[in-house]
Design a protein. Structure first.
Lengths: 293, 332
């Protein structure tokens, strides 16, 4: 029997067939909402109001997207995207720096009270976050950081726990012999941090960066509470304020029904693309961060 | 930079549970003066993270605890700071607040619908994916299952809102094709509003659990299954006697992560477009009620909102404790 025939026979076993059938069903259900959003966003003009709705657009067009990006008087989407990018990149950079530095200190250095501080950080995670959002509102108002992107950029990376665990774990796995050799050669703390340990933990930094990116890009509740003005809103907030002509009257911006779907697709796509390109880091984040908590 | 074993000690203590951490914290505190100063650069390296954590995380936690015992109204100056302290008045009011109890009931009902379904679906999907021999297909299934997790919550809910739309959404078309004569008005009818909240939430979260289960299953040694097959265990027996017991730590983690869903604030607010909690407040979970009390209604009663959210936090802690006791794993 040839290898091919064997492979075909193995794949046609009833158990394998049922497994794959169920999993494909799962895929269809998982992908359908995203597919529906993309399909609606490509429908032009009146087709979106057809009853019953069509599954695929009859005349696919990018009109909704061009409307979103060119009608500066009606659509704030480009501005919202820029806000999102600004806040997200700022938070990612700060998170990477603080988590890497702290991970190095907690995983590699000896100093008085190190374990004490680490236990304190762990203990604070146990306490229920009662009124955290209300207290945050008061604090940010006091610091004059409400209605400012800087406030959000400082706020999001402060939730350090997962990133800290990931980085500490990464620093712990750097071979100790390398450091000892460097110390013999007279290297100081900074030399060891920058030249010896840092190249080893690049993977960990990537994990931290990607997770922070996903978190901040999609963050809703804190961002909504901290920002009062539409010009400051990030994409995740702005999309909730778009309402089609058909549905609600409470909206601030009125847009044609199809452009809402286009906005959803624009807000989702960076995440989907990043995930597909960088999936192995997501798995590492789950196994090094969440599973170790 | 020597003394590797001491650094690993922290992880051992962490694995022993919460009480061990508290005990070790005080032990360290008492023996602090006996420790060497060591490498002083250490303080410099932890400073940015610790300072930011103390300001933006630790302080709000402590402030929130105090806020729960004061009649703090944002728009009324006289109730700010220490002046608002009112002892247990908030708690007494909370126990007599019908809306609060109704919202807690809605949250409980939602969690009871969401948790078992999502848990079973995630475990089932993980087991199925682990059976796929073809590496490419297994990778494909993993990516698809996890994809919804990376989407912004608000966008994901809005996409579902479009799908649910009575006139222009596709869900009811699909149901009519399958022979349902009068498909419900998913987001408009108080009777089904809460149920409408469940599928999008499952869709959004089950991928993460699937992947956690899958990592757990991949970590189980192949030889264990092979030994079981030699002994004549069938697929179901392998699942019940090998997979489930060895996945216990992951189960614990997922249950703890999942109990956070009990407030379901963002999901509900995005899907129903505001803090009304859907038609007739049918999907007004406690999280949304807290948000509305603190930021939308009246003179922004942050104190009362903090009380309710502390109560919710205590319930969550109790659930977590019960999970740990029943699962009997060392981690806590």
């Amino acid at each position: 029997m040839t290898a091919l025939a064997r492979a075909i026979r193995r794949n046609l076993r009833p158990a394998t067939l049922i497994t794959n059938f169920l999993l494909i069903l799962m895929c269809v259900v998982c992908l359908f909402p995203v597919f529906w959003a993309i399909s609606s966003s490509l429908k032009e003009g009146i087709e979106i109001y057809r009853i019953p709705p069509t599954l695929l657009p009859e005349h696919p067009s990018l009109a909704n997207y061009t409307w979103m990006f060119t009608r500066a008087d009606m659509s704030r989407l480009p501005l919202n995207l820029w806000n999102s990018l600004k806040v997200t990149m700022g938070a990612v950079i700060i998170q990477c720096i603080t988590a890497t530095m702290a991970g190095f200190a907690f995983g590699r250095l000896e100093f008085r009270g190190r374990d004490l501080i680490f236990y304190l950080l762990i203990m604070l995670m146990f306490i229920p976050r009662a009124g955290g959002l209300m207290a945050l509102y008061e604090l940010m108002e006091f610091l004059h950081l409400r209605n400012s992107h800087l406030g959000l950029i400082l706020l999001f990376p402060s939730a350090i726990s997962v990133a800290l665990f990931v980085m500490r774990q990464n620093f712990l796995s750097v071979p100790r012999e390398l450091e000892e050799a460097a110390i013999v050669d007279g290297a100081g703390t900074w030399r060891i941090f920058l030249n010896i340990d840092l190249p080893f933990v690049r993977g960990g930094i990537a994990v931290v960066a990607i997770w922070e990116f996903i978190y901040v890009w999609g963050e809703y509740l804190i961002t909504l509470t901290m920002l009062d003005f539409p010009e400051l809103e990030t994409v995740a907030i702005a999309v909730t304020k778009l309402r089609g002509w058909s549905s609600h009257f409470t909206s601030r911006i009125v847009t044609p029904y199809g452009t809402e779907s286009a906005a959803y697709v624009v807000a989702m796509m960076p995440m989907i693309l990043m995930f597909i390109l960088l999936q192995k880091w997501f798995v590492r984040g789950l196994s090094e961060g969440i599973l170790k908590m | 930079m020597a003394e590797a074993p001491r650094i690993q000690r922290v992880d051992e203590v962490r694995a022993q549970g919460r009480l061990a951490v508290v005990r070790e914290f005080f032990r360290e505190l008492i023996h602090l003066r006996e420790q060497k100063w060591g490498n002083l650069w250490g303080y410099f390296f932890i400073a940015p993270a610790v300072i930011m954590y103390l300001i933006f995380e630790a302080w709000p936690i402590l402030r929130g605890l105090f806020m729960a015992f004061s009649d703090y109204r944002w728009l009324v100056r006289e109730t700010h700071g220490w002046k608002g302290f009112n002892g247990l008045d908030n708690w007494i009011e909370m126990f007599h607040d019908p809306t609060f109890w109704k919202s807690l009931g809605i949250a409980a009902k939602f969690t009871l619908m969401f948790m078992p379904t999502a848990f079973a679906l995630a475990l089932g999907t993980a087991v199925l994916i682990s059976k796929v021999k073809n590496n490419f297909m297994a990778g494909f299934y993993r990516v698809v299952a996890y994809m919804p997790v990376v989407l912004p919550v608000s966008v994901a809910m809005l996409v579902w809102g479009k799908l649910y739309d009575v006139k222009f959404g596709y869900l009811n078309v699909l149901l009519q094709k399958l022979g349902v004569a009068n498909p419900p008005n998913w987001l408009g009818s108080p009777k089904v509003a809460l149920y409408s909240l469940v599928p999008p939430t499952i869709w959004l979260r089950f991928g993460e659990w699937t992947l956690l289960f899958l990592i757990g299953i991949y970590n189980i040694n192949r030889e264990v299954y092979e030994a079981a097959m030699v002994d004549g265990a069938n697929g179901w027996q392998q699942f019940a006697y090998i997979t489930v017991p060895l996945l216990k730590p992951v189960f614990t983690l997922v249950l703890v992560l999942g109990s956070g869903v009990i407030s379901a604030t963002v999901e509900s607010m995005a899907l129903f477009g505001g803090t009304n909690g859907g038609p007739g407040e049918a999907a007004l979970t406690t999280g949304v009620y807290v948000y509305r009390t603190a930021f939308i209604h009246g003179d922004m009663r942050m104190g009362y909102a903090a009380t309710m959210s502390l109560f919710l936090g205590i319930i969550n802690m109790l659930i977590t404790a019960v999970v740990f006791i029943t699962m009997r794993t060392e981690r806590a």
